[in-house]
Design a protein around this ligand. Structure first.
Ligand SMILES: [Fe+2]
Length: 199
């Protein structure tokens, strides 16, 4: 089976008109990640952390999200439903809820869900989550959002004091690049420290 990106985009857009768009999109994502080899042939092997736009409009975003080994992204919300399907590695999600009547609009941990390769989940519009890749390999996942992921007004929470702030999309994309830089430096460092071979 091959993966055709244009067909997938069209199917997701059609799903938006269905009775339960999130569930319909979830079924499409589940089908796509059931054949990781076909998907990877189109989107590439997860080897660099980042968020690659596959489709973006005001009504829908489809992204290929690659998490660096051991990477954690701070708590954030989306203010729209999302579907996540993991095709390589693992995503551990911590779910958070707002602390009632807290003047600093802080959050507290409320639950967790670990997504393995082949798992799909739907996140509701009000979900707040943080994500960790607990593995030593890159994790690759298809993320679909009910709107423009890059423009939507939303929030993130400081990982130290858990206080709410406006979501900074540029900073968060930069965190993925920072992970790549760290990995490159480690790689270069390990090469310079490679033991000399005795002839
Ligand atoms: Fe998210």
């Amino acid at each position: 089976m091959s993966f055709d990106l244009e067909t997938f985009i069209e199917s997701c857009l059609s799903s938006l008109k269905s009775e339960n768009p999130a569930r319909s999109v979830s079924e499409l994502v589940t089908e796509v990640i059931s054949d990781p080899e076909a998907l990877i042939a189109v989107v590439g092997k997860p080897e660099r952390a980042g968020i690659t736009k596959l489709y973006v409009s005001e009504s829908l975003t489809i992204a290929n999200v690659v998490w660096a080994p051991k990477m954690t992204l701070l708590p954030h919300n989306h203010n729209m439903w999302a579907v996540i399907g993991v095709y390589e590695g693992r995503e551990d999600n911590i779910f958070w809820r707002r602390v009632k009547d807290d003047t600093n609009v802080r959050i507290e941990a409320a639950g967790a869900k670990s997504l393995a390769t082949g798992d799909t989940t739907v996140l509701g519009k009000s979900i707040i989550h943080s994500v960790t890749n607990p593995t030593s390999i890159f994790t690759g996942a298809i993320h679909v959002y009910d709107g423009n992921f890059f423009e939507k007004e939303r929030s993130e929470w400081d990982p130290l004091d858990l206080e709410e702030k406006p979501y900074d999309v540029v900073k968060n994309l930069g965190l993925f690049e920072a992970e790549n830089t760290i990995l490159d430096l480690r790689k270069a460092d390990s090469l310079t420290k490679a033991p000399f071979k005795n002839s």
